[in-house]
Design a protein around this ligand. Structure first.
Ligand SMILES: N[C@H](C=O)CCC(=O)O
Length: 427
């Protein structure tokens, strides 16, 4: 028994499933999760001392690579002045300014401590602002685990085969209307059914919680147009895509302007940070100046703010956005080429610094049903073959892969060679 296996056994005695977030448990691929000892650059090291090229990146935040000196130094320096004050700090203003500068649809922003808090609070604000109750979400999209949003969700919920969770009373989700991603007609039908009742649409601009499904041409613009037509708000959940699909988020890449944006992951550089923001006229409905209540003891925590600032400042440096996209392109196109060489049916979706690998005969994967029709057994085999060769992919067929600026061309070549060895064996 190796060290990870020992730790996993031990962990399961005191922690449900041995993990503090379900997707970590390898339930989607089988086997024992790696217990991580340390990480640096593009690599993670497990407790048995094995090195892996990491395409999980702590599920997205580690866009600069692990243990980046700019973030590490900012955290250490800030921690020396105290850990938390529960009172405003200048660092919060600095990060708010930077976020508004990078994502111009955000005129005002509130910091929270997770993506779940960001989406939950944005929905409450949208409901309070419009004085309407119903919301639209999309099947397979995941917006954290707040009750109203844990309906036909993606991510870990889908991985575990439980996209709608027990424990969420039907009364709490009766206002959640589920539409089909990349299918504007399903959204038009919802608005036709409830023309004056829908407060907002919440959407992942690239559906990264069903691996990586980019929006079809006109889909996001169509949502914008329908929201305008019916007086609803458009909430773009950029927890995963923010600063990653492009520096200005997926909304910059696809040229769509939401009313509210949710952020998480990269904005904290590895510390627990989320945020939601948007038009000033809407954000001013929040307490203490407006009636919609939202709060958090650790919101705007100085160390988290310092980490986020360091991360975004570094990421904003000239050339980094293009470099990240180029590395992802190289990996994705390389995977396609190597698979084609061995006649392995494979679709690789990618945009900016995220990608999704689908084993399927289908020519494209743009819908939830197409994601579900992919060969999950083949994905499991691929995951384990890659792990054996020192490549760490997300342990689920429903989670996006994440590139970092620390990945080198040599890392990508090594990844492609590992994939080719696997495809050759299957041939
Ligand atoms: N896809 C999830 C978040 O975006 C993965 C992270 C988690 O659930 O722990």
């Amino acid at each position: 028994m190796n060290h990870s296996e020992q730790l996993f056994q031990q962990a399961q005695q005191r922690i449900p499933g041995g993990v503090n977030s379900p997707v970590r448990a390898f339930k989607g691929v089988g086997g024992t999760p790696l217990f991580i000892e340390k990480a640096d650059g593009a690599y993670i090291y497990d407790s048995d001392g094995q090195q892996y090229i990491d395409y999980v990146g702590s599920w997205g935040p580690m866009i600069l690579g692990h243990n980046h000196p700019a973030i590490r130094n900012a955290v250490i320096e800030t921690a020396q002045k105290g850990l938390s004050f529960g009172a405003p700090t200048a660092l919060e203003i600095e990060l708010a300014e930077l976020v508004c500068q990078l994502i111009p649809s955000i005129e005002m922003v509130r910091m929270v401590s997770s993506g779940t808090e960001a989406t939950m609070s944005a929905i409450r604000l949208a409901r309070g602002y419009t004085q309407r109750d119903k919301i639209i979400k999309f099947e397979g999209c995941y917006h954290g685990h707040a009750d109203a949003l844990l309906v036909k969700a993606g991510s870990g919920a889908l991985t575990l085969g439980q996209p709608s969770s027990p424990g969420v009373p039907a009364d709490f989700t009766k206002h959640t209307h589920v539409c089909q991603y990349n299918d504007l007609d399903s959204v038009k039908q919802a608005f036709a059914q409830y023309p004056n009742e829908i407060a907002c649409i919440i959407v992942e601009p690239v559906a990264g919680n069903m691996n990586c499904v980019p929006p079809k041409d006109g889909f996001l613009q169509g949502l914008r147009q329908l929201c305008d037509q019916y007086g609803a708000l458009l909430i773009i959940d950029e927890v995963m895509t923010g600063f990653r699909v492009a520096l200005g988020g997926a909304q910059a890449h696809y040229n769509v302007k939401p009313d509210l944006t949710c952020l998480g992951k990269v904005i904290g550089g590895g510390m627990p940070v989320g945020a939601f923001g948007g038009k000033k006229a809407i954000m001013q409905h929040l307490a203490p100046i407006g009636p919609v209540y939202q709060a958090g003891t650790l919101s705007g925590n100085p160390i988290a703010m310092a980490a986020g600032l360091a991360c975004l400042t570094e990421l904003s440096k000239c050339g980094n956005e293009q470099k990240l996209a180029d590395l992802t392109h190289r990996l994705a196109e390389g995977l396609k080429q190597r698979a084609a060489k061995y006649h392995i049916p494979l679709v690789v979706n990618y945009v900016g610094g995220m990608f999704g690998i689908y084993f399927t005969e289908q020519p494209e994967v743009t819908r939830y049903q197409q994601v579900m029709a992919c060969d999950s057994e083949r994905f499991k085999q691929f995951f384990h073959a890659m792990l054996e060769k020192g490549i760490y992919l997300a342990p689920s067929a429903f989670e996006a892969g994440f590139m970092s600026l620390a990945h080198s061309e040599a890392d990508i070549e090594k990844t492609l060679d590992a994939a080719e060895a696997c495809f050759a064996q299957w041939n």
